[in-house]
Design a binder for this molecule. Structure first.
Ligand code: SF4
Ligand code: SF4
Length: 285
């Protein structure tokens, strides 16, 4: 079952990436944590990285957009990957899934999240037919995590420092545990941040394996202007490969992630920004 589902999703299976298209619906602009590498832009066509989108849509607009873009790219998978976190405003994510599922019952649905607010919604998303979830976990040691996250907002309270790191980590693990209990396919994304979390990669991989996760995706940091990590260097391919090999002793590694935008559509690696942008803006107006 899991193997079959893995093979139907281009981000979870390299072979599927050559012929199955995905559509991201940018309905989640807000975030409940601040990663020191993140800068989100909602009206940007120039950058090709996570966190950017040409527009942000309401659930109703997203449905309309999905109908239009489906005529262009024939997607097999629909996902919510920001530009913020899918569970910062969970009601929007759930409504979008519900609307799109009714329209396209045959498609696979996926989400990505930092995991903080996700434990309470695992049953809901599973019931709405989501089969694949990506949880980003960048460190297991809370002291290391304090260097990666500026703050965390959980259940209407703000946290910083070790408190923030401990709450985030505990809830990330709980999210993964519940997702696996519900039988979903889980990928762990880990940003490789030079000088900050190299030492954490094997521990995250080991934990992901213990929790029964299906795949790990080690993503080299993109240093973005205006963020606290703007002056770090992007890790070399050699270092990324070394990290993947060491983590690969615990859990299967993804090696084909394209670090896509929050409004990406088409086959992985296709650059359809212009067409997407026009359709998104039509749907948003
Ligand atoms: Fe940005 Fe994602 Fe981190 Fe939120 S969880 S701050 S959207 S990278
Ligand atoms: Fe797939 Fe990576 Fe692109 Fe996400 S960023 S849609 S995992 S290829």
């Amino acid at each position: 079952m899991n193997e079959m589902l893995l093979k139907g999703h281009p981000c979870f299976d390299k072979e599927a990436a050559g012929h199955i298209a995905r559509v991201h619906l940018p309905v989640a602009p807000k975030c409940n944590i601040q990663c020191k590498y993140c800068s989100r832009k909602y009206d940007c066509i120039n950058e090709g990285r996570p966190g950017v989108s040409s527009a942000v849509l309401s659930p109703a607009q997203a449905t309309l957009y999905l109908e239009k873009i489906s005529q262009v790219v024939k997607p097999g998978v629909v996902g919510i990957a920001g530009p913020g976190d899918a569970f910062a405003e969970p009601e929007k994510t759930l409504e979008t899934l519900d609307r799109c599922r009714r329209l396209f019952p045959e498609m696979l649905f996926c989400l990505s999240t930092n995991g903080l607010n996700a434990p309470d919604y695992v049953d809901a998303v599973a019931s709405l037919g989501v089969t694949h979830v990506t949880v980003t976990i960048n460190a297991l040691d809370p002291r290391v995590a304090t260097s990666i996250y500026s703050w965390v907002r959980c259940k209407k309270r703000n946290y910083r420092g070790l408190d923030a790191a401990e709450i985030l980590l505990e809830r990330q693990i709980e999210t993964v545990r519940r997702l696996k209990e519900r039988g979903l396919i889980v990928k762990i994304n880990t940003l490789l941040i030079p000088g900050i979390n190299e030492g954490e990669i094997p521990s995250v991989a080991r934990k992901a394996c213990e929790l029964g996760c299906d795949l790990m995706n080690i993503i080299p940091l993109i240093p973005v202007k205006g963020t606290e990590f703007a002056d770090l260097k992007e890790p070399s391919c050699k270092i990324v490969e070394e990290m993947r090999s060491s983590a690969g002793t615990y859990i299967r590694q993804s090696r084909h992630c394209k670090r896509c935008r929050a409004d990406a559509a088409g086959l992985l690696g296709d650059d359809m920004r212009q067409e997407i942008s026009e359709l998104l803006r039509d749907a948003a107006n």
